[in-house]
Design a protein around this ligand. Structure first.
Ligand code: URA
Length: 242
């Protein structure tokens, strides 16, 4: 990769601003000042800006605790998006949300520069299970568990069989965990609606083997550790199922 491109991927400015940084002698590569903007970099090159080592990673995977009230989008003219919750380097290097959560859903959102992994995680044919905690406005019972297990008929499609586990239930409200292997628009809310319940609060707890880090607060993020990333990649390796 060329030096000016790398600097712009690291959110240090537009391509032309990056070129000015280089021409100004502010960059050193492997200990030597480098003023050539066309310089091609090799893996492992040490890059220093104004005497400070640069974190030159352009491949990023982030776990975000998406709060309610924020859009799952890369940008929006009016509303705050999940990319606005991260430092600019993530947007600059092309980190994108993997799937989406509704504006009023909170919980685990993965953002990644790896489009292929994202595609695999989202494919309904891979049945990667996403677990949600839902609070609904009335009781749930065994008939609901059976209906989820069978596959609920919604207006435009029949949902794949899903597991429902009731954590508590009384006349006014119930709390349940639900696992779904696909991610259609408003899917979980629509599945409960098909059973006559309105979802009052929805939180995603996990995607496949990756659980929301309990130490994160809404709006906080962290980079995925290599072993967590490896777990995710293993979960989506191999052929798709019908
Ligand atoms: N299902 C929904 O209804 N909403 C979400 O945000 C995620 C799954």
């Amino acid at each position: 990769m060329r030096l000016d491109r790398l600097l712009s991927l690291l959110a240090l400015g537009t391509r032309s601003q990056a070129r000015e940084i280089v021409k100004g002698g502010r960059i050193a590569v492997n200990g030597q000042t480098e003023r050539n903007v066309d310089r091609r970099l090799n893996k492992g090159d040490q890059i220093v800006l104004d005497g400070q080592p640069l974190d030159a990673r352009t491949v990023r995977h982030v776990m975000l605790y998406k709060p309610c009230g924020v859009l799952t989008a890369a940008m929006d003219k009016k509303q705050k998006t999940v990319l606005d919750l991260l430092p600019p380097v993530y947007k600059a290097c092309g980190c994108m949300p993997v799937g989406r959560l509704d504006k009023d859903t909170e919980g685990l959102l993965l953002l990644s520069t790896d489009g292929e992994m994202a595609h695999r995680l989202l494919s309904p044919k891979r049945h990667v299970q996403k677990c949600y905690r839902a609070e609904v406005d009335g009781p749930l019972n065994d008939a609901d568990i059976a209906a989820f297990r069978q596959g609920l008929a919604l207006s435009d499609f029949t949902a794949q069989p899903a597991k429902l586990e009731i954590l508590s239930s009384c006349a006014e409200k119930a709390v349940a965990l639900v696992w779904v292997g696909e991610g259609k628009y408003h899917q979980v809310r629509r599945m409960f609606a098909a059973r006559g319940r309105t979802v009052k609060a929805l939180k995603r707890l996990s995607i496949g083997p990756l659980a929301l880090d309990e130490s994160l607060h809404p709006g906080e993020y962290r980079e995925l550790e290599p072993q967590k990333l490896q777990m995710l990649l293993s979960a989506v390796s191999g052929e798709e199922n019908p």
